[in-house]
Ligand binder design. Structure first.
Ligand SMILES: NC(=O)c1ccc[n+]([C@@H]2O[C@H](COP(=O)([O-])OP(=O)(O)OC[C@H]3O[C@@H](n4cnc5c(N)ncnc54)[C@H](O)[C@@H]3O)[C@@H](O)[C@H]2O)c1
Length: 367
């Protein structure tokens, strides 16, 4: 077993390391054992493990245990693909038919690419979907094809709006992916509209970390700021930047659920309740820069813009100014070769699920 991050107290490893391909196969097999068609299982597995490779462990294989819980409770239709409800010019509305969020998002991004390729821009909204993982997977798909991709999703209620007490908003992610030369990404913002994603606390708990950074902005169940991991798990995240984050979450809600006719805020069930369809909405916007500038000019301008920002003087305590996307691309360059550390607690949980489903987990030493 390849193990890392020893637990100082017990001197036991906190993580095991696995290669991305082994994890993708494991995810796929678990989903297929529950009746998921192979191509759908592949779509979910690829997106989840890509998040792990990029260091976004809050939205990697950790999510699979939740998806499996939901599937086993009959909360989603693993075979559904969704269907186009309406198409008018650059606008398309998609009904997810309670399918896997990744499958619905894959179809929607394909429609966005088709429409924007023809007309320069596309606005595709989906309703009756499920959790789609990390927004970056879909944003990067659009950016790799040369489009600016704007991807959003609403989520089950977990966050009180600014000056509110009741968690009625989701952590509503917002992703903007900007293409660079030769199909590479140039700038990739992918963020929850809360200070950090909820799953970061789950990840910290899986690593037995007793505290989380105060900057994560979590409240305990009495609405008081907390750095206690367990109290944060029982509590709630806060909107990023106070009323501005609250407004950004509303913007996402409006452009996803508002525009698609889907369930809004408390019309969605609280996540992880199992059998109830989640009714999540997404939005995928693609913009072709070549419709505004000469071919290649936008990518050149983005290089210049990135250069101007990167050349700026770092603040005391920092070595450099980073662009959104850089931390994850750097992590991917390492993890693609050295493998993905998975918390032992999570690996044991997945192992127990795999035993129930008669799936053989890969050996952690396989990198
Ligand atoms: N599907 C859902 O319902 C849902 C809900 C919430 C979040 N999410 C996902 O959770 C993931 C994590 O979200 P998060 O808010 O915790 O991310 P985060 O706070 O780790 O990063 C947010 C963004 O900041 C950038 N960044 C980080 N450090 C930087 C630095 N020093 N300088 C410049 N830029 C920097 C990152 O590249 C990233 O684009 C995302 O993939 C998001 O899509 C999904």
């Amino acid at each position: 077993m390849s193990a890392h991050a020893p637990n100082a107290a017990a001197d036991e490893p906190l993580t095991v390391t696995l290669g991305a391909e082994a994890l993708r196969t494991f995810c796929r097999e678990l989903l297929q054992s529950l009746g998921t068609p192979e191509s759908h299982a592949r779509c979910v597995a690829d997106s989840l493990i890509a998040a792990n490779v990029r260091g976004v462990d809050s939205h990697g294989i950790q999510m699979l245990a939740t998806y499996i819980q939901q599937i086993r409770a009959g909360g989603l239709d693993v075979a559904a693909e969704g269907r186009v409800e309406r198409e008018d010019g650059v606008c398309l509305r998609y009904h997810g038919l309670n399918g896997l969020g990744q499958v619905v998002s894959d179809r929607c991004t394909d429609h966005a690419l088709r429409i924007a390729g023809r007309l320069g821009v596309a606005v595709v909204v989906a309703n009756h979907s499920n959790h789609f993982g990390a927004g970056a997977w879909w944003g990067e798909k659009l950016a790799r094809a040369g489009f600016i991709g704007i991807v959003m999703s609403n989520a089950c209620p977990a966050v009180a709006p600014w000056q509110g007490r009741t968690p009625i908003l989701g952590t509503n992610p917002l992703c903007v992916a900007v293409p660079g030369r030769g199909g590479a990404g140039r700038w990739l913002l992918d963020m929850a509209t809360t200070t950090v994603a909820l799953g970061k606390v789950t990840h910290a708990a899986h690593l037995n970390q007793p505290t989380i950074p105060r900057s994560w902005g979590f409240l305990d169940s009495n609405g008081q700021p907390t750095t206690d991991t367990i109290a944060a798990q029982r509590g709630a995240p806060t909107p990023i930047g106070g009323y501005k984050g609250s407004a950004l979450a509303m913007m996402v809600e409006i452009l996803c659920a508002g525009l698609s006719g889907g369930a809004m805020t408390t019309e969605l069930p609280v996540y992880r309740t199992g059998g109830d369809p989640l009714g999540i909405s997404h939005s995928f916007i693609a913009i072709d820069p070549a419709r505004f500038l000469a071919p290649g000019e936008f990518e050149e301008r983005m290089d210049r813009l990135a250069g101007l920002v990167k050349a700026s003087e770092p603040a005391p305590g920092f070595d450099e100014v980073l662009l959104a996307g850089e931390p994850e691309w750097r992590c991917a360059a390492v993890r693609e070769h050295s493998g993905i550390p998975i918390p032992v607690k999570l690996w044991s949980r997945l192992g127990a699920i795999a035993a129930e489903l008669r799936v053989h987990p890969p050996s952690p030493s396989v990198v």
